[in-house]
Design a protein around this ligand. Structure first.
Ligand SMILES: *[C@@H]1O[C@H](CO)[C@@H](O)[C@H](O)[C@H]1NC(C)=O
Ligand SMILES: *[C@@H]1O[C@H](CO)[C@@H](O)[C@H](O)[C@H]1NC(C)=O
Ligand SMILES: *[C@@H]1O[C@H](CO)[C@@H](O)[C@H](O)[C@H]1NC(C)=O
Ligand SMILES: *[C@@H]1O[C@H](CO)[C@@H](O)[C@H](O)[C@H]1NC(C)=O
Ligand SMILES: *[C@@H]1O[C@H](CO)[C@@H](O)[C@H](O)[C@H]1NC(C)=O
Ligand SMILES: *[C@@H]1O[C@H](CO)[C@@H](O)[C@H](O)[C@H]1NC(C)=O
Ligand SMILES: *[C@@H]1O[C@H](CO)[C@@H](O)[C@H](O)[C@H]1NC(C)=O
Ligand SMILES: *[C@@H]1O[C@H](CO)[C@@H](O)[C@H](O)[C@H]1NC(C)=O
Ligand SMILES: *[C@@H]1O[C@H](CO)[C@@H](O)[C@H](O)[C@H]1NC(C)=O
Ligand SMILES: *[C@@H]1O[C@H](CO)[C@@H](O)[C@H](O)[C@H]1NC(C)=O
Length: 811
């Protein structure tokens, strides 16, 4: 056995090479990532990749954040000339090949933040002409590269750089960068700054700076940075500033000099001394917006030492996520008239406020917007805060008490009814579980938000003056209140089974009713809303009937009302085989959609075809053949049975001949044939044996009554030595029953003419014999037959011949 070896060997080689090919692929560390959606947005984040994976070159957005990628080689990203966004945030990138990004000609956004890049190389970005946003934050580089990194990036509008390791910024580092919509610099440990480095960026949008150490330790450095980026219209955000003792904020003088208008602090802790210092530094500055986010107040709120300062231009105080270290000693700001007298907007969000004393409220004389969301106000303390008894805060237009543990809606309505200018009231995420039957609201109220409460039914408590009503995420099942000027209605996250009646809302333009239990809606439902332009009804339990699917698909094509939520949020819930499929992708067949039509058409077609087939079959006499075959089979079976029986009992043959004839020829048989053959012949010239009477089997006479006719025929034929066919026109034209009889004869006597004797009673032309009597035709052409002579004198001759034929091999 040497021959199969080469063949086997080649196969083995082939197998090896295939394996090796795959191995080499993984050896290079390039797995593939196929988590792309229809819009070619590929989310490969958290994928455990250690190399840039292979992704379709049609990808427009590639998110590789939160992996373990250490290197981007020169050919990792070739073929990605269409890529718009590349996110490599939070990997372990230490090496990027100088030409790694060269093919990304369409790249608009690049995120390399939180990696291990110790140096930045301008060659990475040299071909990224389309780049608009670049994030280089939090890598361990200590300086930017020279030649300037960003020189060629003429479309760059958003830039983030810096990190804990950034030590120096030199003049020219940002050359080429001009207009900025957003600039973020993390420079908490900056040690060296060439004045003017950031000074050429103009116009300059929002600036976010982390300058913790310089502000505390090197005032001149911090001032230089701040004065380079400060413009009156540039909002400035200072991050990570911790002034927990009596540290100076003199560096802010640079901002004060530039008369900035908007200042924010994120991740900020501050002592009373530093607050006072800040207020002094900002004395007279037209600062109008002050935002504090993630703030820790280490003091007691005693800032009245700065009460001589001027803060008339303050328009908005925004405080969110406030932690007061010493809550119990903290004052109620009663001395802060110099600050509280001016603002029109005050937001104190998520600050564990459980009450604002009415006396403090008195100070807020210009207040129009008050946001106390996510605090600890109760029905009782809210009454104190809003000064139940008097006219305080009567200029209020917007009141937001979202996310407070309030219980009584009627109390709420009473409290606000005196606010005669109130247009917006947000009492979402509260504990309201029922709605009183009537309420009193200010006549000006237009926007009411009671979402995410526990309301199960609505009543006439809701004022007819509303234009925007948000009742999403409650327990509502129906809505039957007419609101004549309502423009927006939000009912998502309830238990609606159907759309509310549109007649109730003649002005409604926007309706959101997502995440309910809607089964269907249709043309007529939408028509009842006369002004509706914008409907969001996804994430419901849709029954995908044909009507609904057709209707919705036509809606997606932009007819009538616009469905403004995402198409793929419309998902079928039933029927079962469509569950989970997006309605826009469903294709229901004609069979399902036009069942009645389909059934009637297909029945009609089936009927027609059936008729056609029957006609054809009839024309071809197929029924006749089938009937014959069936009869024959049946007869054959019973014949077999019978012959088994008869082997034991009867002698097999008991007739000389079975006579097969047509009913019309019966008279001839009875008056000529039977007398002639069954009675002894008077012809003496014949031998005695030949004059012996013959026994004939006639169906009329010898068939056993009660037995099946085919059986009778079979047994008659079997028990007869010969079969005599009396042929005539009648024979071949006789009825169906007759055909059977005849057919069986021929079939059984396959032997041919041996056992059959044909008597032609009247002349019969071959052409008159129907084609299906092919056996008979064959017999007639191959076997000589006896002709019944019309002339009297030739008849003895006929009888003699017949007798002889019947007696052949009769020993
Ligand atoms: C991307 O995929 C990750 C992991 O499957 C998932 O945690 C993350 O939420 C996705 N991000 C987006 C923006 O879809
Ligand atoms: C990255 O690798 C480290 C160990 O090398 C592992 O602990 C970590 O979970 C990996 N991170 C991801 C996102 O796969
Ligand atoms: C990339 O994915 C992460 C995690 O899923 C997500 O936080 C981040 O926003 C995504 N980036 C972009 C640009 O969408
Ligand atoms: C930047 O890349 C070029 C080309 O590889 C190289 O010559 C140069 O030294 C690199 N510069 C830095 C600062 O790594
Ligand atoms: C403060 O910054 C300036 C300018 O970068 C520098 O010359 C000076 O040495 C720094 N001073 C301190 C105390 O670090
Ligand atoms: C807040 O600032 C401190 C000190 O700079 C820093 O360690 C911390 O990570 C910052 N927190 C956030 C949430 O940025
Ligand atoms: C801070 O307080 C200490 C004493 O508690 C004092 O010596 C120092 O001068 C104060 N610094 C400023 C900037 O007020
Ligand atoms: C009220 O506050 C919540 C949470 O801060 C916010 O989502 C909502 O938009 C605010 N409402 C108004 C009318 O400002
Ligand atoms: C509300 O109904 C109560 C009785 O249920 C009635 O006393 C009160 O006057 C009604 N208030 C208004 C404003 O209609
Ligand atoms: C109502 O309040 C919720 C939760 O505070 C908020 O998400 C939603 O946007 C508000 N609705 C409107 C119409 O402003």
């Amino acid at each position: 056995m040497t021959r199969p070896t080469p063949c086997f060997f080649t196969l083995f080689l082939l197998f090896l090479s295939v394996c090796w090919g795959q191995r080499s692929n993984t050896d290079r560390g390039r797995l593939s990532c196929s988590r792309c959606n229809l819009h070619f947005t590929c989310n490969c984040s958290h994928g455990g990749f250690t190399r840039v994976p292979v992704v379709t070159d049609r990808a427009l957005s590639l998110n590789l954040s939160f992996n373990n990628i250490t290197v981007v080689t020169s050919d990792d990203l070739t073929d990605h000339s269409q890529l718009r966004l590349l996110d490599l945030h939070c990997n372990r990138l230490a090496t990027i090949h100088p030409s790694a990004f060269d093919s990304l000609r369409s790249l608009e956004e690049l995120d390399l933040s939180d990696n291990q890049l110790t140096t930045l190389n301008h060659t990475w970005f040299s071909r990224l002409q389309a780049l608009q946003r670049l994030n280089l934050l939090n890598n361990p580089y200590s300086h930017l590269d020279s030649p300037p990194l960003f020189k060629g990036l003429i479309h760059l509008r958003r830039l983030m750089f810096g990190g804990p390791a950034l030590k120096e910024l030199r003049r020219g580092d940002l050359s080429g960068v001009t207009q900025m919509e957003e600039l973020t610099v993390h420079a908490n440990n900056l040690e060296r700054y060439d004045s003017g480095t950031l000074g050429d960026l103009w116009p300059l949008g929002r600036v976010t700076l982390s300058l913790h150490t310089p502000i505390l330790r090197n005032e001149s450095l911090a001032s230089a940075v701040l004065s380079d980026i400060a413009y009156p219209e540039t909002p400035i955000v200072l991050e990570d500033l911790h002034l927990i003792e009596n540290q100076s904020v003199q560096a802010f003088r640079a901002l004060a000099k530039k008369r900035i208008r908007s200042l924010s602090f994120h991740n900020f802790s501050v002592s009373d001394e530093s607050v006072i210092d800040f207020l002094v530094v900002m004395d007279g500055v037209p600062l109008s917006h002050l935002y504090f986010d993630d703030v820790t107040l280490t003091g007691e709120g005693r800032w009245e030492k700065a009460s001589w300062t001027d803060h008339k231009s303050i328009d908005e105080f925004f405080l969110r996520n406030i932690v007061v270290l010493d809550v119990f000693r903290f004052t109620s700001f009663l001395q802060l008239n110099f600050l509280l007298h001016y603002p029109r907007k005050v937001s104190i969000i998520n600050a564990m406020v459980y009450v604002m004393p009415c006396k403090t409220s008195h100070l807020l004389v210009n207040l129009q917007f008050l946001d106390f969301s996510d605090n600890l106000l109760t029905d009782l303390t809210l009454a104190e805060t809003l000064c139940e008894e008097d006219e305080t805060l009567k200029g209020l237009r917007v009141l937001n008490i979202s996310g407070n543990p309030l219980k009584s809606l009627s109390k709420m309505s009473k409290l606000v009814s005196k606010l005669t200018k109130l247009t917006h009231l947000d009492i979402s995420r509260t504990g309201y579980s029922s709605m009183p039957s009537n309420c009193s609201w200010p006549a000006t109220l237009r926007h009411l938000n009671i979402s995410r409460a526990k309301i199960a039914t609505i009543t006439h408590c809701l004022p007819r003056s509303l234009e925007v009503l948000d009742l999403s995420f409650n327990d509502l099942k129906s809505f039957s209140l007419d609101l004549p000027i309502l423009i927006e209605l939000h009912l998502s996250g309830n238990k609606f089974l159907r759309l509310p009646a549109g007649q109730l809302f003649p002005s409604l333009q926007t309706l959101t009713i997502q995440s309910n239990t809607l089964n269907q809606f249709g043309h007529s439902d939408l028509q009842s809303f006369r002004q509706l332009e914008n409907l969001q009804a996804g994430e419901n339990k849709f029954i995908c009937s044909c009507d609904f699917v057709n209707f919705l698909q036509s809606q997606f094509e932009g007819r009538e009302v616009k469905l403004t939520d995402r198409e793929d949020s419309y998902v079928c819930d039933s029927p079962f085989y469509l569950q989970g499929e997006a309605v826009s992708q469903v294709h229901l067949s004609v069979v399902v959609c036009h069942q009645v039509l389909f059934v009637s058409v297909s029945c009609g077609v089936a009927l027609f075809v059936g008729m056609l087939v029957s006609v054809v079959l009839w024309r071809l006499h197929v029924f006749w053949y089938l009937k014959m075959i069936w009869a024959w089979l049946k007869a054959k079976r019973s014949s077999r049975k019978r012959s088994k029986r008869s082997e034991e009992s009867d002698p097999l043959l008991s007739f000389d001949a079975f006579v097969s004839y047509s009913e019309q020829d019966a008279s001839w048989v009875e008056s000529f044939l039977v007398p002639e053959l069954e009675e002894p012949s008077g012809d003496a010239s014949e031998s005695p044996s030949s004059s012996r009477p013959l026994t004939l089997c006639l169906h009329k006479r010898d068939f056993l009554p009660g037995q099946w006719i085919m059986d009778n025929i079979m047994s008659a034929i079997e028990r007869s030595r010969r079969t005599v066919f009396i042929l005539s026109e009648n024979f071949v034209q006789s009825d169906w029953c007759r055909y059977e009889l005849d057919f069986s004869h021929f079939w059984l006597f396959d032997a041919g003419g041996e056992a059959a004797i044909l008597i032609l009673l009247r002349p019969l032309s071959m052409d008159n014999i129907p084609r299906r009597f092919c056996k008979l035709r064959k017999l007639m052409s191959s076997t000589t037959y006896l002709e019944w002579p019309q002339e009297e004198e030739r008849r003895p001759e006929f009888w003699r011949s017949l007798r002889t034929a019947l007696r052949r091999d009769d020993s």
